[in-house]
Design a protein. Structure first.
Length: 265
């Protein structure tokens, strides 16, 4: 059976997070090795590795938390904290639903462009490239995708934006070519508190089905600031979050770039 994600893909995924100086590298590496040794399918391993990366900021706020089961399902993780067995359910809040599909298509395009550049000359082009695109980009057809790949290739080869690429920034990477989105922030990019409340209510419905052997079950809601679809600047009507009722013992919202945390319950 052909692997959905190669080992190289996973290495690159982890390497990008290494650029974040706040990353707790040793625990992340240890947890990734544990996931690798599990009998999970490659797709599930990739999913679990991505989830534990999203919890990096959570680990900084709760350094005493020690993960014991990284491959369970309901909840996503089992950990020890203050002599208690804690179930941790992780969910991502999407701020821009219309961007989710576009971003997913672009990530596939990035991988194809990386392959082209590495096949030509990995040593010459190795690095992390942060790209911003013009607003009229349409990666919805194969023809458009091929054109975008060519525009990315020419931009990186020339060292300046070309075609649909609006801006290009390069950062050091010692091994491979890695292409991702630019982290530009809109000062007025709000995350509606209702989106967080809706997520909590959906998770409340599943609460009776979670592992009953845990002493407490926590819900951790993450805004993945490395994703265009999840990014935000501030939470609108934040005070509404404290009115939420839930069977979860604790509820947190965390953004994974600067590590800001909001205790909802």
């Amino acid at each position: 059976m052909k692997k959905t994600f190669s080992d190289e893909d996973l290495i690159k995924n982890l390497s990008l997070y290494y650029l974040n100086r706040h990353l707790k590298k040793k625990p992340i590496e240890k947890y990734h090795r544990t996931i690798d040794q599990s009998p999970l399918h490659d797709r599930e391993k990739y999913k679990k590795k991505t989830e534990i990366l999203l919890l990096n900021s959570f680990m900084h706020h709760f350094p005493e938390v020690k993960f014991e089961d990284l491959t369970c399902e309901s909840p996503d993780f089992i950990a020890k904290f203050n002599d208690k067995k804690i179930g941790i359910e992780l969910t991502e809040v999407i701020n821009h639903l219309e961007m989710k599909k576009i971003e997913s298509s672009l990530n596939k395009i990035f991988r194809q462009a990386e392959i082209v550049l590495e096949q030509e000359d990995t040593t010459k082009y190795r690095g992390v490239y942060f790209l911003e695109f013009h607003s009229n980009i349409r990666p919805d057809t194969l023809e458009n995708q091929q054109e975008i790949i060519l525009n990315i290739y020419k931009s990186i080869k020339r060292g300046k934006a070309y075609g649909c690429v609006k801006s290009l920034r390069k950062s050091f990477h010692r091994r491979n070519v890695f292409i991702t989105h630019e982290y530009n922030m809109n000062l007025f990019d709000e995350l509606c508190s209702e989106k967080i409340v809706e997520l909590i209510e959906k998770k409340n419905e599943k609460f009776p089905y979670y592992d009953t052997s845990v002493d407490e079950c926590w819900l951790v809601i993450v805004s993945d600031m490395n994703s265009i679809a999840s990014r935000y600047t501030f939470i609108q009507d934040k005070e509404h979050l404290h009115q939420v009722k839930s069977p979860f013992h604790k509820i947190f919202h965390i953004e994974n770039l600067c590590g800001n945390i909001t205790s909802i319950k």
